[in-house]
Design a protein around this ligand. Structure first.
Ligand SMILES: O=C(N[C@@H](O)C(=O)O)c1ccccc1
Length: 329
């Protein structure tokens, strides 16, 4: 048995989903205002080595947008489909978050754009970026990976992206405010340097934004108002890549790492950390089939955890099993 610290351990809820969700590559997860699970997936589109040219221009425009509904709202207990939207809009879904008014915020790495969608509207309420045009100025992104909205100020934060190394802040109505971050120089990665800022976790009560700095295999956190670096959370157990990070009010940080590189000892797994100390208090993997490429993670206050896998095209559910004793290896 592995060692668990703290007072709980998350374990796969094997009855989930119990029905075929007919998912494509699962890129983003979020919880809506009723704690329903929101899934952002790619339907019949895939991101593979033919998707982009050397200048990050999307090559499969001829396919047209994904015809399936790319945003699914599921009952978190029985996975029943409650609502779906987002058809004929997107080419390569990536990040997803829900704001305090229940709007969906998503990024599309093929369009190089960020969208705000009302829960029931067809037409986007706001679009940032220029369709299909990669760039790195105030109006262009390059494969933007995630978006988070501060519930207190309404400020919009975008992690930009696979082919940029920055976080950009926009005002609530989408005007450029400021940005921070730079690409990682050769050798050691310094604070504020990124190698694919891949996922965002906004912590409103601490006024911080944490970023999964994917290829640097670490989490970096910054002050929301200034972009000032506050801390790094990095563990050997993360291995080379750290894909996604998610914060749960009450002080827990959840994360998933990447598939091990050849010869790497660290396995692909989920992590539960104490936000204030940064220490790992639990790790978890599915009970039957292993993770393939866990791509996003979201957790609710009752410590139900969902992990979306972009290779396996599934969503895993984990529930926190009250642990009666500490079992040491
Ligand atoms: O990272 C990649 N994909 C995932 O993150 C994703 O699908 O979002 C990727 C990189 C190179 C080529 C093809 C895919």
């Amino acid at each position: 048995e592995k060692e668990h610290k703290g007072d709980f351990h998350v374990e796969e809820a094997v009855e989930w989903p119990g029905l075929d969700l007919k998912l494509g590559q699962v890129s983003g997860l979020a919880l809506d205002l009723e704690n329903n699970l929101v899934v952002f997936h790619r339907g019949d589109h895939v991101w593979d080595e033919n998707s982009f040219d050397s200048k990050f221009v999307y090559q499969q425009r001829g396919l047209g947008p994904i015809e399936q509904n790319t945003i699914l709202v599921l009952n978190p207990s029985n996975a029943k489909l409650l609502h779906s939207t987002g058809k004929s809009l997107f080419y390569l879904p990536h990040g997803l978050s829900v704001d305090k008014n229940g709007n969906y915020w998503v990024t599309d790495v093929a369009l190089h754009q960020v969208f705000k969608l009302g829960a029931n509207d067809k037409e986007p309420l706001l679009i940032l970026g220029v369709a299909l045009q990669p760039g790195s100025d105030k109006t262009h992104f390059c494969q933007p990976t995630d978006v988070a909205v501060d519930p207190i100020t309404g400020s919009i934060y975008v992690s930009d992206g696979y082919c940029n190394s920055r976080i950009i802040q926009f005002s609530p109505n989408g005007l450029y405010v400021m940005q921070w971050g730079e690409e990682t120089s050769l050798g050691r990665s310094r604070p504020g340097q990124f190698r694919i800022p891949h996922s965002l976790a906004l912590i409103p009560d601490l006024s911080q934004l944490c970023v999964a700095d994917r290829e640097n295999g670490r989490i970096q956190c910054f002050r929301l108002e200034t972009g000032e670096f506050t801390r790094e959370i990095k563990h050997k157990a993360f291995g080379t890549e750290l894909f996604a990070v998610s914060y749960v009010p009450g002080g827990l940080l959840f994360a998933v790492n990447g598939m091990p590189y050849p010869g790497e000892a660290e396995s692909v797994q989920g992590f539960v950390m104490n936000f204030s100390t940064g220490e790992i208090i639990d790790t978890f993997i599915p009970l039957r089939k292993g993770f393939e490429m866990p791509h996003d993670i979201v957790a609710s206050e009752d410590r139900t955890v969902f992990v979306g896998d972009v290779h396996a095209k599934v969503v895993w559910k984990f529930a926190s099993a009250e642990k009666s004793e500490t079992i040491v290896e």
